[in-house]
Design a protein around this ligand. Sequence first.
Ligand code: C2E
Ligand code: MG
Ligand code: MG
Ligand code: MG
Length: 289
Amino acid sequence: RADAALHHAKAEGRDNVQFFTESLNARAAEFLQLEHSLRRALGRHEFRLHYQPQIDMRTGQLVGMEALVRWQHPSLGLVAPSKFIPVAEDTGMIVAIGEWVMLEACREAQRWRELGLADVPVAVNLSANQFRAGVRDCVARALAYSGLPANRLELEVTESLVMGAADQVIASLRELKEMGLILSIDDFGTGYSSLSYLKRFPIDRLKIDRSFVCDITTNPDDAAITTAIIHLGHNLRLHVVAEGVETRQQWDFLREQGCDQAQGYWISKPLDSEALLEFLRSWQGGLSS
Ligand code: C2E
Ligand code: MG
Ligand code: MG
Ligand code: MG
């Protein structure tokens, strides 16, 4: 009996190992396939930018826009950044993709200005590799080609990016700030929080991560963390933006706590450039309620 059990366990173990190997192989194959088609995606013009509005919580005025990349894959359809950005980072392709994102976002923001629809900063997300590749030149080119003023371009970096900061990253951030750009910390509260970097870096805004905002009205811990981030930001003379605001209740709570700005489905999902023009035309007077 014991033998039979042992035999069974071994057989199962072997199956598990085999299963494990197969799923690893499947993931590796998926990665390679994504990598392969990602390499052609730029040349085939398969990337798109969607834009999500950011709203002043007191006045209801539009105060900014975040550019979010999507990949229109010929057979997979619209691929989310969480799927392909990691592949792009691991293979170095993020540098070329990031360059495209930067130029496209600047062009579009300049178009809103020229159409008289909005004159607000457009925020672009940055990966660590882009710093190593010289983000300053990339930014300078995008501004020059598009004609967008530097103070209408914002860069979002994560805590882990600045925490692992080589002196080179700090120097880059200072240079970008001197050029007139706006800098913000994305997903604030989810990285390793040694807060000392906040005083060393020339930051303008903190974006409270969606994972805290999600349960602020039901979870007292999330409410406490969110409130603390708002106070911390204000004491450091930073603007505080809440990400992922999905309900009226979350909006009300954040507004009562003095949060400056909000971004989320409650206001609008990220929109393609055509849908965004519609949004801008209808939002022009700010919130009516
Ligand atoms: P992120 O920068 O924190 O962007 C916010 C994400 O939250 C976006 O997901 C947005 O669609 C989503 N979101 C906004 N409001 C709500 C809401 O009310 N509810 C929910 N459930 N979600 C909301 P998305 O577009 O899938 O982007 C995911 C992440 O991919 C971004 O997170 C950013 O880290 C990265 N990413 C996006 N575009 C770029 C890019 O051009 N370059 C780089 N390096 N990373 C990018
Ligand atoms: Mg972001
Ligand atoms: Mg974020
Ligand atoms: Mg986030």
